[in-house]
Design a protein around this ligand. Sequence first.
Ligand code: SAH
Ligand code: SF4
Length: 379
Amino acid sequence: MATANLLDFDLDGLAAFCERLGEKRFRAVQLFRWIHQRGQARFEDMTDLAKSLRSKLQSVACVESLPVLSMQASADGTIKWLFDVGGGDAVETVFIPEADRGTLCVSSQAGCAVGCRFCSTGHQGFSRNLTTGEIIAQLWHAEHFLRRRAGTDDRVISNVVMMGMGEPLQNYTAVVPALKTMLDDHGYGLSRRRVTVSTSGVVPMMERLSNDCPVALAVSLHAPSDALRDGLVPLNRKYPLEELLSACVAYLPKAPRDFLTFEYCMLEGVNDQPEHASQLIDLLRTHQRRGLNCKLNLIPFNPFPQSGLKCSAPAVVQAFADRLLGAGFVTTVRKTRGDDIDAACGQLAGDVQDRTRAQVRMQSLREQPIAFVNREVTH
Ligand code: SAH
Ligand code: SF4
């Protein structure tokens, strides 16, 4: 038997693995708790497991996290890790402490194949999907590092958002066991409301997720019309707004709350004008009549050199929010955290061996830019 990394398994997977070793399910539960709740990677130190099992495990299994290439701390307490995933690829993970919660932003892929216009991960192209073990290692490492640093056995990370590098629903088979491990009472015991998958709109996988593991869903909308969204989120050409919003309506009955979140990245002169707010209100109202219930999260664009885009001025963001609020939509403006260490939304770039010629694609995108409605706006 080849050496198995036990971080690759959710509890059912670990139980199946233990069964192959002739061990009962409750042994898998003990093992799972040692690994995820206590952060123990050494079988010899798992003292309530039979010695015979410990030595069996030593020959067929390991608990292997990811090597840390760097760790940076922001003035606001945000921490960013760069993890080596081999082959010249590295991914980033960000911890964001707040008064009432600790949120970990986790990566699902080395790079991303969707190639959104305003995202630095998208500009880097795509190398490969992360394994379940590589996704969970980010949480395992961060949680147990933070506990050691705080000198506590209590949980530090209360929320996970799949908003790091990659499109989680394009790595579905690895992401679902990772989510299950986050939710498992014998694992991290996180509430389904506090684990969020963010997607640019992989419609068929939204339906599967609602059946397999219905966690909170955030949908990256960014535009109120197909014409505009096609240029910002290329996946829109495959799954246009009508299909995407219908999939959102279908997700809601299984969702952990009675709403989902739309993310909207505020780009100066591109999608931030009063007419965009009006179109967005019309679009959401149409789907509201079909059962859509949502909150909006406006994300000030975090610029990066190659994007050729600017963030909307704060007053423009506020005016956009006010229009939505005036129309009765709960709208918040996201605070930017960790931007002094490039850890803010869309700044995660890691190191990716681009296998998709993204640089070339982005270059041609830049040559046929999206319609700027008001290039004169300055701030
Ligand atoms: N691929 C998924 C999750 C990762 S991106 C998705 O697209 O939803 C997480 C969030 O950051 C998305 O809402 C994305 O649109 C947003 N984002 C990407 N680049 C950004 C940037 N430069 N500034 C602000 N937000 C950005
Ligand atoms: Fe991929 Fe999300 Fe970035 Fe788009 S915004 S390129 S889907 S990571």
